[in-house]
Design a protein around this ligand. Structure first.
Ligand SMILES: [Zn+2]
Length: 483
């Protein structure tokens, strides 16, 4: 039985999906005007682990992720500019060009980290009509009011506004008023009110709407697109802890006011990553991207393992010392797998059954701890216990090939959730893929990730004509086979 911590109820709950074995899963995705840093990527990696645990439990996961390519207001304050617009103007590009470029980078880094792609990425700018429909519903029901800068949502009209935070509407308003960071927009009724539509002139990512020319608010994007793809009531919605107070509270207020029913059953929130104990910031200069980590000589799988060494609801402290340790660990795991797959000892042991039982016990515990709110540090400890037991047996010369096979099978089952590419380190009898072919396949993947489809197609043709290798792009990623 899977248990997940639900921010909405502030406790761990047994996971019970709405539609039998089908799970609707929505992730708040990137705002495509900057390169995601290792803190952002921690969130997407741990989402991937949660999704893989759901899949391991036999669920079919419909995973939807948005891409904000318009309308992300700088900060959460209502008064500031759209970050996408500012970025486009300073770089002399259209907002679409900016979004495409950063989205390409995000996909590339997601691939490095072996994150399974969502079933769909939904771009805000391509879903304006569903936002209109939702805004109209809210307007008809009397939740909206118009001021000089846009259409605003009156949060005092929504019962239990801010329930995700555990605070009442009154407490939230008082807290915000006391804080110095929130600028008050002229004409709003409550400090928690927010824009669903912002008035603006211009041509780049600006639409005519029944309320006036402009662009959508950030919160309305996620409400409209998640419900479009997964229905008005769905299972899991994830995001960073920084989204609880405003973005997700506003999503709930919009969706539930419009439909009159519960929006999401399980709200899952990821904690921050800090670097050397400090929040990442430009002024300290401690912001790193996945690409920078790779350029420093670390493998992306070491980073993925590092992420999993912490619980997703705990702050994780990134240091290069810690990453060096994980790099060594991942190498030792790969060595272990390579060595085991070459085990030739055919001797019969009278205690093989006992040994296999010990391994199976660790396996059971591995998945049990993951089912307990995705406890990855504990699960990794069980994996290390399997390795220790096996190494010990190997050192006495007892480990035979049947036992080694059993351990490999167990490790591969762990990897269905860990996603550390164990399979690539198991030496099989099959002939190794020619170096040149391997290089071309990697180059094509990189081209695709960078959305250079022409180059990708050219490489695909070379592989087919020269090497008789057929490439297929599937939902689960790239596959190849001989012609
Ligand atoms: Zn969102």
């Amino acid at each position: 039985m899977l248990h997940l911590y639900n921010t909405l109820t502030h406790k761990k709950e047994t996971f019970r999906p709405i539609n039998g074995k089908n799970v609707g899963f929505y992730t708040c995705g990137i705002t495509a005007y900057y390169t995601a840093h290792i803190g952002n990527m921690r969130k997407y990696t741990m989402d991937d682990v949660i999704k893989r645990v759901l899949m391991h439990n036999g669920y079919s996961v419909e995973h939807i992720e948005n891409v904000t390519d318009v309308g992300h207001l700088a900060g959460d304050a209502n008064t500031t500019d759209d970050k996408m617009r500012v970025s486009a103007e300073t770089q002399h590009k259209t907002m679409k060009q900016i979004a495409e470029a950063y989205f390409g980078m995000f996909l590339k880094e997601s691939d490095y980290l072996n994150i399974i792609k969502p079933n769909q990425f939904l771009f805000a700018s391509e879903n304006i009509q569903v936002m209109f429909d939702l805004i109209k519903k809210l307007d008809d029901k009397g939740y909206l009011y118009k001021i000089g800068t846009g259409m605003y949502y009156d949060t005092s009209k929504f019962k239990n506004y801010g329930k995700l935070t555990g605070s009442t509407f009154k407490q939230l308003n008082e807290k915000l008023k006391a804080g110095a960071t929130v600028e008050r927009v002229d004409g709003i009724r409550n400090i928690t009110d927010f824009a669903v539509w912002r008035f603006a002139e211009g041509t780049d990512m600006i639409w005519d709407s029944p309320w006036g020319r402009g662009f959508p608010g950030w919160h309305i994007e996620c409400s409209a697109m998640s419900m479009k793809a997964l229905g008005e009531h769905f299972d899991v919605h994830t995001g960073g802890v920084d989204h609880i107070a405003i973005h997700h509270s506003n999503e709930i207020a919009q969706s539930e006011a419009a439909t009159g029913q519960k929006f999401v059953n399980y709200w899952v929130h990821h904690e921050f990553l800090v670097v050397n104990g400090q929040k990442m910031s430009k002024s300290i200069g401690n912001i790193y991207t996945v690409q920078q980590i790779i350029d420093k000589g670390y493998s992306p799988m070491a980073l993925r393992l590092f992420y999993m060494s912490g619980h997703y609801r705990q702050i994780l402290n990134f240091t290069f010392e810690a990453l060096t340790n994980t790099e060594n660990t991942i190498k030792s795991i790969y060595n272990f797998l390579g060595r085991l797959s070459e085990a030739k000892n055919k001797s019969k042991n009278d205690d093989t059954k006992e040994f296999k039982k010990k391994i199976s016990d660790h396996k059971r515990m591995f998945f049990k701890t993951l089912d307990d709110d995705i406890n990855t540090p504990m699960a990794l400890a069980e994996m290390h216990a399997v390795m220790n037991d096996t190494n010990q047996r190997e050192s006495t010369g007892k480990l035979n090939s049947s036992e080694a096979k059993f351990v490999i099978k167990t490790m591969l089952s762990f990897d269905s959730v860990l996603g550390l590419r164990f399979d690539e380190h198991i030496k099989s009898k099959k002939e190794p893929l020619d170096k040149e072919i391997k290089r071309l396949i990697e180059e094509r993947e990189a081209a695709r990730n960078g959305r250079d489809f022409k180059k990708a197609d050219d490489i695909r043709n070379v592989l087919k004509d020269k090497y008789h290798i057929i490439i297929e792009d599937t939902k689960e990623g790239m596959r190849w086979h001989k012609e």
